[in-house]
Design a protein around this ligand. Structure first.
Ligand code: CMP
Length: 140
């Protein structure tokens, strides 16, 4: 196992319900460190650029519109196997399929308003981290 970085986003459905602290506690309790974090309001153009990989999908427009309904918290998580570990902590994209004890099982409202995003591979993690953060803002 290697020490990895991954990009996490706490989505508007979760910030609206004041769940930032509870979600961060799950990361920290399960061995991930939050080494960068900012609460921001995405513009539509930024949401579209972030999710560009999904631009051909039927849900793209709704997803981007949802991501600008309120603040998000972008963060860099670090730890052993952080990319896979974060995906395990989050649970399946669709909360109906998420395991017990995962963030999405406990907090997500729907497949779209699913409380958190996490990078899915090392290349996407690097790209997504640099979308939100400069190296100066990542403090291990
Ligand atoms: P996320 O991990 O942020 O990556 C893309 C997002 O698209 C996903 O979580 C969901 O919130 C959203 N989404 C909406 N509908 C779907 C769908 N049918 N399949 C996958 N993702 C979806």
């Amino acid at each position: 196992m290697a020490i990895e970085r991954t990009l996490s986003i706490i989505k508007p459905d979760a910030t609206r319900r004041n769940l930032t602290g509870q979600i961060n506690a799950r990361f920290e309790e399960q061995g991930l460190s939050i080494v960068a974090q900012k609460r921001i309001r995405l513009t539509l153009e930024q949401a579209q650029a972030f999710y560009d990989v999904h631009k051909e999908r039927a849900f793209f427009e709704d997803l981007c519109n949802f991501m600008i309904t309120g603040p998000v918290v972008a963060q860099v998580l670090v730890g052993e196997d952080a990319i896979t570990k974060n995906r395990d902590i989050m649970g399946a994209t669709n909360p109906a399929n998420a395991d017990e004890g995962t963030i999405r099982k406990d907090f997500a409202e729907s497949i779209e308003a699913n409380s958190v995003h996490g990078s899915d591979a090392p290349e996407t993690a690097a790209k997504e981290i640099s979308f939100f953060f400069s190296e100066l803002e990542i403090v291990g």
